[in-house]
Design a protein. Structure first.
Length: 321
């Protein structure tokens, strides 16, 4: 297998929703179609000489498993949240791994993809545990929500669309498998890791890792990984070709390149929605600021334009300054 010693390295973060291209038909065959399209885009990067670490979201997939838990409750034990994240890391990782390895085989690229189940350390006293805010699972009526509340869940009404369960989303502190990922990258492997933001863990009094009831933002965890393993590019693949200010308004302006300082100013002015673009911008800022490489940058675009964005033809770059 080709060594990656002289290869530029990128962390490419793809959203869990990008693996569900049609909400009316989210079945596994359609998920395979989406994964194979994603694999073609990543394989294009590898063919151009990049070594890639792929991270991914898992929001819709977690929702499916939670719903299966509910339907199967009279017959089998429920799956706890930490194992659900582990399950989706395995299943989505397997799909990406197979699709990428097929692309490498067809293109005669001397690379191979592996998946690493990833744990992410969080602080046991993170304030997020006192204020759960991350919605998981599907929408439900208030009556059903109150039933979950009696079982110990916290529930909120979500913008008039119904009720949902919410869990804590603490800040990622450390990628437990960071060294293994870095070593694999140096050896030339294409790695799938930090799926769903990673399985959140804390250390107990003995220093042992233990799971906690929470979820971690995928882009934040990916940003930490990207800066810690010293990559050249942190790329977030999302639903828009470019980041914009005044989004959806007559005076919308698409952004080609902005500095960290400008990104912070736009954030302070309220241009980026908290549940949408804001966490992505925050993750990009953290990567650029924490990278040891002065020329490292972050890039946001959509899957269809990934190749053009890498050539500087589209997308939004965030750079030092």
């Amino acid at each position: 297998m080709t060594s990656a010693s002289n290869s530029p390295v990128a962390v490419v973060a793809i959203g869990g929703n990008s693996l569900i291209t049609d909400n009316k038909d989210p079945g596994v065959p359609r998920q395979w179609d989406a994964v194979r399209e994603t694999a073609r885009n990543v394989a294009d990067m590898v063919q151009e000489g990049w070594t890639v670490v792929v991270t991914h979201g898992n929001g819709p997939q977690v929702g499916f498993i939670l719903r299966r838990n509910e339907l199967a409750a009279p017959e089998v034990h429920p799956t706890p949240l930490d194992l659900i994240v582990a399950d989706t890391q395995g299943s989505i990782g397997f799909m990406l791994q197979q699709a990428l390895n097929n692309e490498f085989f067809q293109r005669k690229i001397d690379r191979q993809c592996i998946t690493l189940i990833t744990q992410v350390l969080v602080a046991a006293d993170d304030p997020a545990f006192q204020n759960p805010s991350k919605p998981i699972g599907g929408f439900m009526s208030e009556a059903n929500a109150r039933e979950f509340e009696r079982d110990g869940w916290q529930v909120v009404e979500d913008a008039g669309r119904g009720w949902r369960r919410v869990v804590a989303s603490p800040e990622p502190v450390e990628i437990i498998e960071e060294k293994a990922i870095a070593d694999a990258v140096r050896m030339g492997w294409i790695v799938v890791s930090v799926g769903g933001g990673g399985i959140p863990v804390v250390r107990n009094a003995k220093g042992e890792l233990r799971s906690v009831f929470a979820v971690i933002d995928k882009d934040r965890a990916s940003s930490i990984l990207a800066s810690r393993i010293d990559v050249d590019l942190f790329l977030i693949s999302t639903g828009v070709e470019k980041v914009a200010i005044n989004f959806g308004k007559p005076d919308q302006v698409d952004l080609d390149q902005i500095t960290v300082t400008t990104a912070r100013r736009y954030m302070a002015e309220g241009h980026f929605a908290p549940g949408s673009m804001k966490p992505k911008i925050e993750a990009c800022i953290r990567f650029v600021e924490n990278s040891a490489k002065r020329d490292a940058c972050a890039l946001i675009t959509n899957p269809a334009n990934l190749g053009r964005a890498l050539r500087g033809e589209t997308g939004t770059r965030i750079v030092h300054g």
